[in-house]
Design a protein around this ligand. Structure first.
Ligand SMILES: *Cc1c(COP(=O)(O)O)cnc(C)c1O
Length: 450
């Protein structure tokens, strides 16, 4: 009985997989908000290097991974695939459960799979510094780590409440040498404007994005980096699924169902897209996006053009959305608060290749705790959504007394998320369904396009 299915370093995939070569229908193009025409490379070049813009629109199936990126990947990749024997036993299920563990990266999540190549391509383009935003700090830490190893300076605008209440990821970013500022900051025009109106503004992801984009757009040696949603991010994350495919083969199994938590969709795309290629070719397989009931983008959002950020600085993207001014409830502890999802994930969901399920946070933490108490790893609250979905698949298999092969992505560990577990354990977490009126109201404010 083999628990860990491990690949040798020399089996690290040498190319990323681009699902745009195989999906039945490509996503509608991003539109310029002023002209409503598809955005061109020249619209994006002030903040992204041309190599990433090319990846963003490429329909090539395989895109080679640069040597320097492979070299840094090898610090933690290939990541292990585990057979969850202890969880299976606790559930008394005939299902076979596997999980791919991305928490072994230095930053503790899947995010360095894209922060490393993004830092690499920016360095190649002669860029000296990257600016970005971070909420709880996972993306900021991943970029701080990658920037340091590639020799780029990194500036992180961290939502002020998180900066004050969740200091440990901030300290990790500083340990890797990044400059971290509470946002709104006095460093940008957008930050100054907000502070002038309200010096005690607690900040939001939307404000932090505006500051980072402005920083990048106003400094020629500085670019912007995004941790999810965009096509090139999902491309880089395909390394997860490519490895998992080899590992499942070594285990002599093939998944009936693949699950991943869905915030912007990058860890879901990462693990599922290389398998969805088989589904497009006729293989029976389900892929499930698991999202919080408090931010139910796929299950309750509308498929239409919306801004990628709260401030309305980005192009219009075709996504399932709750409206870009969606405000996540403060009582929510489980992460995954983006108002929409990656256009690639949304198109595949629209075309029936991906399913979606939403759970309240108490049932998510219940599953996270069961996992910690059987498999040992304390999962990130985000990853616990995937665990909840996998547990329910295993319980359904038990009900039917049928075998079922379940694969899920354990996107990160929760060692910096102890406050959320503390809230759960002390009974302070409550479930929250995002009200229908608020979704309708937010969507009414969106322009109807097409
Ligand atoms: C950022 C993050 C997510 C959500 O982002 P996706 O783009 O949907 O993958 C999920 N899990 C962890 C651990 C994260 O850090």
């Amino acid at each position: 009985m083999q628990r860990k299915i491990l690949l040798d370093e020399k089996e690290l995939p040498k190319s990323w997989y681009n699902i745009m070569a195989d999906m039945p229908r490509l996503p509608a193009p991003p539109l310029h908000p002023a002209t409503l025409k598809p955005v061109g490379p020249e619209d994006l070049s002030p903040i992204f290097p041309m190599s990433l813009i090319e990846q963003e629109v490429s329909t090539e199936r395989w895109i080679g991974i640069p040597e320097e990126v492979l070299d840094i990947y090898s610090l933690w990749r290939p990541t292990p695939l585990f057979r969850a024997f202890s969880l299976e036993k606790a559930l008394n299920t005939p299902a076979r459960i596997y999980y791919k563990y991305e928490g072994v990266s230095p930053a503790g999540s899947h995010k360095p799979n894209t922060s490393v190549p993004q830092a690499y391509y920016n360095k190649k383009a002669g860029i000296k510094r990257l600016a970005t935003e971070t909420g709880a700090g996972q993306w900021g830490s991943a970029l701080a780590f990658a920037g340091r190893l590639m020799g780029l300076a990194v500036t992180v605008y961290m939502v002020k409440v998180s900066y004050e209440q969740k200091p440990y990821r901030k300290m990790a970013m500083q340990t890797w040498g990044a400059d971290v500022y509470p946002s709104p900051s006095g460093l940008t025009e957008s930050g100054k404007k907000i502070l002038a109106a309200d010096p005690w503004n607690p900040g939001s992801l939307g404000i932090a994005i505006s500051e980072a984009v402005e920083d990048a757009a106003t400094h020629p040696d500085t670019n912007y980096a995004l941790g999810s949603v965009l096509n090139h991010v999902l491309l880089h994350q395909s390394i997860i699924g490519l490895e998992a495919k080899k590992q499942m083969e070594m285990a002599g199994d093939y998944p009936d169902v693949i699950l991943a938590s869905c915030g912007g969709g990058s860890n879901l795309g990462g693990i599922a897209f290389p398998f969805l290629k088989d589904k497009v070719e006729g293989k029976a397989l389900r892929a499930v996006a698991v999202e919080p009931a408090s931010c139910p983008t796929l299950t309750r959002g509308e498929f239409r053009y919306d801004f990628g950020d709260t401030a309305g600085l980005t192009p219009y993207l075709m996504m399932y959305t709750l409206g870009h001014d969606f405000v996540p409830p403060g009582i929510h502890a489980g992460g995954l608060r983006y108002h929409a999802d990656a256009p690639l994930v949304c198109q595949l969901y629209h075309d029936g290749l991906i399913e979606a399920k939403a759970y309240g946070q108490t049932s998510v933490f219940e599953a996270g705790l069961l996992f910690a108490r059987t498999e040992g790893i304390i999962p990130a609250p985000e990853s616990a959504h995937a665990i909840r979905g996998a547990v329910d698949e295993a319980l359904a298999a038990k009900e039917e007394q049928k075998e079922r092969v379940i694969l899920f992505n354990l996107s990160g560990h929760g060692n910096f998320d102890m406050a959320a577990y503390d809230n759960y354990l002390s009974g302070k977490l409550v479930d929250y369904e995002y009200p229908e009126e608020l979704i309708k109201e937010a969507l009414l404010k969106l322009p109807k396009i097409g």
